[in-house]
Design a binder for this molecule. Sequence first.
Ligand code: SAM
Ligand code: SF4
Length: 377
Amino acid sequence: MCTSSEIRKPCRVLKVLSNFTDMKNFDDILHSGNYDKNSILRMLNAEGGDFQKLISKASDVREKYIGKKVWFRGLVEFPNICNKDCFYCGIRRSISVNRYKLTDEEILSAARFAYESHYGSIVLQAGEIQTPAFTERITGLVRSIKKLSDNKLGITLSLGEQSGETYKEWFDAGAHRYLLPIETSNPALYKKLHPDDGKHSFTTRLDCLRSLKQTGYQTGTGVMIGLPFQTTEDLADDILFFLKEDIHMVGMGPYIEHRHTPLYNYRQEIPTLRERFLLALKMIAILRLTMKDINIAAATSLQAIDPMGREKGVMAGANIIMPNITPGKFRNDYSLYENKPCVDEEPEECLGCLDAKLSITGHEIMYGEWGNSKRFR
Ligand code: SAM
Ligand code: SF4
């Protein structure tokens, strides 16, 4: 069971804004093209007309550097078994949830669906498991997916922290992108979000991120937005972290509380869902202005708050969407947070729905293309 004693009371919450004093005109900041921490803070605090200007500027930059294009990555979530106990996550080890395993055939059939639906790529995402058997299984699956798609389907993995040898083995088997969210770039905040049990270390996570880049993966990371204890300055630092680490792709979305996790005790201390949603859109827009050519995914948690959440993420500068192609019967058991969208849909229904919504916003879905990050040379 989760107890409130697992984490300390928040000292500063997101609503506490920075002591930012620079009173430069917002338009000047937006059009300067050179964004320091003060400018980022100013953009994070944008409201009303300034907010609209920020989104519109990011959309222009996206159009110039990437085009009005969106690439799909079919997301297969398997298994919901995890060795870790992150305080925010609905499939953490100590939570009571129906643990399911997809068979190899079920995973390959999801990959076949992605291929036949002309998705450029798929993402294999799971809880963190570090065993030789798991490593071997993933290697086999990556090879089989390459084979069934005649080498055409791009493969992103999101399987947590692993050894450099494991990353290399999967890379050699044919995976070419890896998503390892850093969750927050502030080590002190990271500590508050994870148990102090030797398994959850910010330094190890950062080392893994760097090891992925060295191995040759297109490397992605991300943060959650609106977490307990998080300040606006933390979010500004997250943007600067992506820049400093020269990340190729980012997936970030609002934090959404899950009632059976320890962080749920702090739900009164965080911004409202609407505020978190708007902050996430600002983060996407600011990142697009700061790193014009990277891939930015519109996270599923955006859609958990707003039915057009992912599409609004695209309008704020994102260019990647990850439609869920996990067989519908398993989706309820992979609830990282509450109100997770599309848990009662089959993959075919998701595709039709997304297609329609994106065409309303005037974006073209790039079927059959990998959609590599332009940042990745
Ligand atoms: N286990 C792997 C890992 O942690 O890297 C990959 C899968 S993990 C389930 C994917 C991501 O979901 C996490 O890294 C976190 O960013 C996000 N997530 C987990 N709980 C969340 C929550 N309550 N609200 C929003 N996002 C959450
Ligand atoms: Fe496991 Fe990832 Fe959830 Fe942490 S966020 S408990 S590593 S699945």
